[in-house]
Design a protein around this ligand. Structure first.
Ligand SMILES: NC(=O)c1ccc[n+]([C@@H]2O[C@H](COP(=O)([O-])OP(=O)(O)OC[C@H]3O[C@@H](n4cnc5c(N)ncnc54)[C@H](OP(=O)(O)O)[C@@H]3O)[C@@H](O)[C@H]2O)c1
Length: 251
């Protein structure tokens, strides 16, 4: 069996990811920030990106104060040159990437029927939620293949499994991500690389979803981070390919 997530096998004081390096896109707030914090708590060095430099640096300081080795860099996931530079800087400063979390995403200008949507909205959502995963994965996979292992965890959505009125562009991006992830998983498993998707329902963040969220009836960002850590610490011979995550309370 290939050395899947080699970092998982090293364990010190409850830190199974010690020696691992996680790149988390959109780690400045919301779900990405919780993922970065939880992966760091179990030992990974973490790099995060986002477009808003101020929020990014705030998040970086918070993570550093908890003792994490961190790299924070302004990078737009829709820009391949910025993404390549970000991935290269991560490997130079923190080491080979063992975990890639494609988390950055957007609902664009909000949900609505497609006849009311513009080409610019289509491009923004598809480029942020889908094309970015292609860019990041192309930047990171060659190193993982060389090292014979790694985890790529794509934050999809239950909107990638279902359809609903007004969700056309967002659902298309997440259904596309489901397809891309499944095919990548087949391409990469022979190299010891697992590609997984997490499909959360509604999560209490700034993300503009279908309407107002009752915080007691939706998921928290920490719930999604917990699922990421579960995948990143699974047994070396197993492959959790998809997690559908729902709140206990019915929305
Ligand atoms: N919240 C939900 O209800 C929910 C449910 C299911 C799935 N999801 C998925 O979970 C992921 C995270 O959502 P969230 O709720 O945490 O959203 P959020 O609170 O709006 O945070 C989005 C994060 O992505 C970053 N980002 C957005 N566009 C970017 C770009 N072009 N380049 C770099 N970074 C970018 C943002 O930073 P900047 O703005 O500074 O760039 C921010 O850090 C998304 O993929 C979303 O589709 C969310």
């Amino acid at each position: 069996m290939a050395n899947i997530s080699g970092a998982n096998t090293r364990n010190a004081a409850g830190k199974p990811l010690l020696g691992g390096v996680a790149l988390v896109t959109g780690g400045s707030r919301g779900i990405g920030k919780a993922i970065a914090r939880e992966l760091a708590a179990i030992g990974a060095a973490v790099s995060i990106c986002g477009r808003d430099e101020e929020k990014l640096m705030l998040a970086a300081r918070e993570l550093e104060s908890a003792g994490t080795r961190i790299l924070a860099r302004r990078a737009d996931v829709t820009n391949e040159a910025e993404i390549r530079a970000f991935a290269q800087a991560t490997e130079k400063e923190l080491g080979g990437i063992t975990i890639l979390v494609n988390n950055a995403g957007t609902g664009g200008g909000g949900f609505g029927a497609i006849q009311d949507k513009s080409e610019a909205e289509w491009d923004l959502v598809m480029n942020t939620n889908l094309k970015s995963v292609f860019f990041l994965s192309r930047a990171v996979i060659p190193g993982m293949i060389e090292r014979r292992g790694g985890d790529i965890i794509n934050i999809s959505s239950l909107a990638g499994k279902n359809t609903f009125a007004g969700g056309g562009i967002y659902c298309a991006s997440k259904w596309g991500l489901q397809g891309l992830s499944g095919c990548m998983a087949e391409d990469l498993r022979a190299h010891g690389i697992r590609v997984s998707v997490i499909c959360p329902g509604s999560v209490a963040t700034d993300f503009r979803g279908r309407g107002p969220k009752d915080p007691s009836k939706v998921l928290t960002a920490d719930d999604v981070a917990h699922a990421v850590c579960m995948i990143a610490t699974q047994g070396p011979q197993s492959f959790i390919s998809e997690v559908q995550l729902r709140p206990v309370a019915k929305p």
